[in-house]
Structures are given as C-alpha cells and as structure tokens.
Design a protein around this ligand. Structure first.
Ligand SMILES: [Zn+2]
Length: 282
C-alpha cells in the first residue's frame, strides 16, 4: 500500500507499491533489452522490481526550515521531470511548460556535448522550474566505477553548471539509470548503489526515481502519440506521479507530446508540482 505520513510538518512517503505498478506496466514487457547502451537513461538498466519508493527515505528529523514551502501538498499531484538536458530540445520544452503555466524539474547533465545549451539552465530556473543534478558525463562505465567516481562526477557537474544556477541550492539528484539500476554492478560491483544511496543522505542529497515512464528514450524514436499513450497507461490509477521524460537532441517528440500530456493530467484533476514541493528535502 501507499501511504503518506505527516510528522512534525514534514511528509514521509512510503511508495514502493507505486513504483511496482509502474515497473509492472513498463519494465516487465521485455521491450527494452534490444536498446543499445548509450547516452540517456536506458530503461533496460532498471531492475524489474525496484526495492524502494521513488525517492530517498525521508530523514527522521529534518528541520522545518529545510522545507522549501509550507504549502499543503494536493491530493493528486504530478511532477513532470526531464532528464539529460539542457539540449537543443530544451527551448521547445520550456515554451510548452511556460505557456501552460506548469513548473517542472530538470535533471541536468554537462557532458561537454551539450555545453552550448548550458545557459538554458538559467532560463529554466528563472521561469520557476527546479534544477536538479543528474550527471556530468552520464557514462555508466565511469561514474559507477566506485562511489568516489560517482561523487567526483557530481562535483564536476556542479562546477560546469555553476555559471547558470546557484549549485549550493541543489539538493535533489537522479542516478543515471535510476537508483535500482543493475548496470552499475558491471563497473562498481553489487554494493555500489546501496553505498551511493546511503551517502546521499550523508552529503545532503535526496535521490529521485519515478513511477511513470514516458518511454521516450527507447529505440525507434516513439511518436508523440505513443509517448502520450505511454504516460496515460503508466499513470493508470496512480494519484501521485513522478513522470520520467527526456530533454535531449533525440527526444523532440517529447516536446510535441507535452501539451496533450499536460491537458490530460489537468482533465484528471492533477496539480503540477516540482519535485521539491512533494518530496522532503534531505
Ligand atoms: Zn539520464
């Protein structure tokens, strides 16, 4: 079961069932195993049965001041999240979001290839979107060599994006491949993700997974209609959704699908939130 607990003004989330539902819908079909590894989040790297909710466990006693807002969390909420940007697709994504008055969360990279798009981070932040950490290189074979290698990559990311956002204010991250990825075992052994998840709390980060996957970064370049239907199907009966989408050179159709996705969630009575509004700060 999914449950929310309120304690000392903060919200604790117990959401394993949410992610299991998403996994059953999206990861159990065996559709992703032919996708070659490459830049971007590959769903084939996720284990079919994740062992956690879609975010870090909440700390037992977070100071109230660490909460970004004291606004009540709505009953039905959805966080649109975009991985792997900024990219040449970012302006199209921002145009749709801003026209709709929707705030989203961007888990950014700084691979070098996307260097010329990094100033768009400042545009996104200025428009009220949340900037969060994803990876500098996004190379699984490098970042998952060891816990130290992972944190070095995060530090490099922060250094590269520091001209565009106050990196001291960034407390949310998303592991490439998600927190239950299995690809990391090839490079850092079976314990590396557990070690990293524990270190997140020690270093002041909350990690964020997802329970709705748009499947927009799979092979075959899905159409906007397919991406829309994926989101609707994976949302199912869920009322608290973190939607994984991508913001990359190859996911232009995600931006095309976005107006319909936003309208659908509105029609279902969802409120759009940034991740920091619904998941506790570390
Ligand atoms: Zn990614």
């Amino acid at each position: 079961m999914v449950s929310w607990l309120r304690a000392n003004g903060k919200i604790l989330f117990r959401g394993a069932a949410l992610l299991l539902a998403g996994a059953a819908a999206g990861f159990g079909l065996g559709l992703f195993f032919a996708v070659p590894a490459g830049p971007g989040c590959q769903e084939s790297d996720l284990t079919p049965v994740p062992d956690t909710g879609f975010a870090s466990p909440a700390p037992e006693a977070a100071p109230a001041s660490s909460l970004p807002q004291e606004e009540p969390v709505p009953e039905k909420w959805v966080c649109l999240t975009f991985d792997d940007g900024p990219s040449k697709t970012t302006p199209a994504v921002l145009d749709v979001l801003n026209a709709a008055g929707v705030k989203a969360t961007f888990f950014v990279v700084a691979t070098g290839y996307n260097e010329k798009y990094l100033p768009l981070i400042a545009d996104a932040a200025a428009a009220g979107h949340q900037i969060a950490l994803h990876s500098a290189s996004h190379e699984y074979s490098d970042i998952y060599q060891s816990a130290d290698a992972y944190w070095q990559d995060i530090e490099l990311l922060k250094e590269r994006i520091s001209p565009y956002v106050n990196t001291a204010s960034l407390h949310y991250l998303r592991f490439p491949g998600g927190s239950t990825n299995t690809v990391s075992r090839r490079y850092g052994g079976r314990g590396v993700m557990a070690e990293l998840k524990q270190q997140c709390a020690e270093k002041g980060y909350a990690y964020v997974d997802w329970n709705v996957c748009a499947e927009d970064a799979v092979g075959g370049k899905p159409s906007a209609g397919t991406i829309y239907r994926n989101v609707v199907r994976e949302t199912g009966k869920q009322t608290q959704c973190i939607v994984l989408m991508h913001d990359s050179a190859t996911t232009r159709t995600t931006a095309e699908a976005l107006p319909d996705i936003i309208q659908w969630y509105r029609d279902q009575g969802f409120t759009f939130c940034r991740v920091e509004q619904v998941l506790p700060a570390p």
